[in-house]
Write a protein that binds this ligand. Structure first.
Ligand code: NDP
Length: 492
């Protein structure tokens, strides 16, 4: 059993109360590391340290170019350590090593990109209408950012917050999911190594239910950046509202992968599989609804089931595995519950439909890749986020009906459109209520492109130029160049 400490004010420390908890390997179903279980005292210690660092000369006094250098040095350290960090993520969250390795090798780009932006944050000179006055704006950091991240892509989703937050000059208290603490703590060592001043990045491990409220409502936390489930997101939003704090929320979805009869069918089937069985469906952008044009419905389902059935399940640490376990025990129970709900609602299960008990799955928390047909748009399986390898197939007659079904959920994170008709593709990309639309593709993201949700899928954008604005506030500065205060009783 490996024993970890958490990072507060540049020091590796146990929880003030001395408590720890076990983190489990989802493939082996066994505990492998002990991490600190932070309490309210630790939240206060970390936020106080971050606040001190925010005001202190080592960080605040660092010029933006030097800040950018730090981020880029960090990027190089991550690149050098990517494969080791990926192996830790797989051990901790059971996601495929191939996926985690690809993510870890890509993460440095965010730190390079936002490091590059650090000294390009410019204000404006306003051509003000008042004689003798000069007015300009400054873009300033907010202060201490609380970053709360989930277990599905732990370091990637943290990076989407930390890179712009730090580039903008904020300091951070990061609470990773209780199910993926170890990779966060290993990642934290690289901030130290890169030379970030103490207190600029603090990492608190523990349970959201125990420390989430103390963190979000701490008076010295200026902003909350959260990725996770919509219910927890709504709680975090209302806690932040108490302190009138800005939030960025990325809350998952019920994304539609829409296949028209003129699509390249094999590509569309692979896209549907990429959308739901890759990452075992545990991704906010899961294409969990396949909307299929009626004339090709049966052929599409036949090919989909064949590809899903052939997916290799097993040890996520092997390069050859295609579907790994579910990350947490409660999540597995939730996925299995939804499968039962779908059956009760009258959907037809044409693939999977229960726990996986193949020999290569060992004691892991596996669920068979599952496909339901005959799903009605108003069924719970078509409306609620399952976050597992469960696909609902819904037939549609025409473009109008496809749009109506696709948009008829409370979520709006992403959508895929499969067609060879450029007019259809354009119309759909315009009318789909989703923060991201892929045409003849699925699950592409980049540090260059804004990512976020419409409707209940969230608030704000991560990645791309837009993201840095989420961590800045605009100040308007006025100079009187005449030096004469006119009538003090009349507003100037
Ligand atoms: P949560 O949304 O509960 O967890 C996300 C993060 O929030 C974790 O760090 C969690 O900590 C923390 N948290 C939990 N409660 C609070 C709180 N009261 N205040 C502040 N932070 C809190 O996700 P779950 O792991 O419980 O998964 C539930 C569902 O959420 C999944 O079934 C899935 O549908 C969805 N989900 C969506 C994700 C996405 O990418 N959009 C990612 C993960 C889940 P801790 O882990 O300690 O509870």
């Amino acid at each position: 059993m490996q024993i970890y400490e958490m990072l507060i004010d540049g020091a590796w420390v146990p929880a003030a109360g001395g408590q720890t908890f076990e983190t489990e390997n989802p493939y082996l179903g066994a505990a492998w590391a002990l991490v600190p279980r932070a309490g309210a005292d630790d939240v206060d210690r970390a936020v106080t340290a971050a606040h001190r660092a925010f005001r202190g000369p080592a960080w605040r006094g660092l010029n933006p170019t030097a800040r950018g250098h730090l981020l880029r040095r960090l990027a190089d350290l991550i690149a050098a350590d990517a494969d080791r960090l990926a192996a830790i993520e797989t051990q901790d969250n059971g996601k495929l090593i191939t996926e985690m390795r690809a993510q870890l090798r890509y993460i440095p780009q965010w730190f390079h990109y936002f490091g590059g932006l650090a000294d390009k944050i410019e204000g404006r000179v306003i051509p003000i209408d008042k004689p003798g006055m000069v007015n300009f704006t400054r873009e300033e950091p907010l202060g201490v950012v609380a970053a709360i991240t989930p277990w599905n892509s732990p370091l990637m989703l943290a990076t989407w917050k930390l890179a712009p937050a730090l580039a903008a000059g904020n300091t951070v208290v990061w609470k990773p999911s209780e199910f993926s603490s170890v990779s966060a703590l290993e990642f934290g060592k690289l901030f130290e190594k890169a030379g970030f001043p103490p207190g600029v990045v603090n990492i608190l491990t523990g349970f959201g239910a125990e420390i989430g409220e103390a963190l979000v409502t701490h008076p010295r936390v200026a902003k909350v950046a959260f990725t996770g489930g919509d219910r927890t997101g709504a709680d975090v939003y209302s806690l932040a509202a108490r302190g009138i704090k800005p939030v960025t929320l990325e809350l998952g979805g019920k994304s539609a992968n829409i296949v028209f009869k003129d699509a390249s069918l094999d590509n569309a089937v692979r896209g549907a599989v990429a959308g739901i069985f890759a990452a075992t469906g545990q991704t906010c952008i899961a294409g969990s609804r396949a909307l299929v044009h009626r004339p090709i419905h049966d052929e599409f389902v036949g090919k989909l089931v064949a590809l899903g059935r052939a997916a290799r399940m097993g040890d996520p640490a092997l390069d050859t595995t295609q579907v790994g376990p579910i990350t947490t025990r409660p999540q597995r129970a939730k996925v299995l519950d939804y499968i039962e709900i779908a059956k009760t609602e009258g959907a037809t299960c044409v693939l999977g439909g229960g726990p996986a008990s193949r020999p290569e799955c060992g004691n892991g928390w596996f669920v068979e890749p599952t496909v339901f047909t005959g799903v009605k748009p108003n069924m719970r399986i078509a409306q609620e986020e399952v976050f597992g390898p469960v696909l609902s197939v819904i037939a549609f007659e025409d473009e109008e009906e496809a749009l109506e079904i696709a948009n008829d959920t409370q979520f709006g994170l992403a959508a895929g459109v499969w067609t060879q008709n450029i007019g259809t593709a354009f119309q759909m990309s315009e009318k789909l209520e989703a923060g991201t639309v892929w045409v003849n593709s699925y699950r592409a993201t980049s540090y260059l492109s804004p990512f976020g949700g419409y409707k209940r899928s969230g608030i704000g954008r991560e990645s791309g130029l837009t993201a840095i604005r989420e961590y800045l506030q605009e100040k308007s500065v006025w100079f009187d160049t005449v030096g004469e205060v006119a009538n003090p009783f009349v507003q100037r």
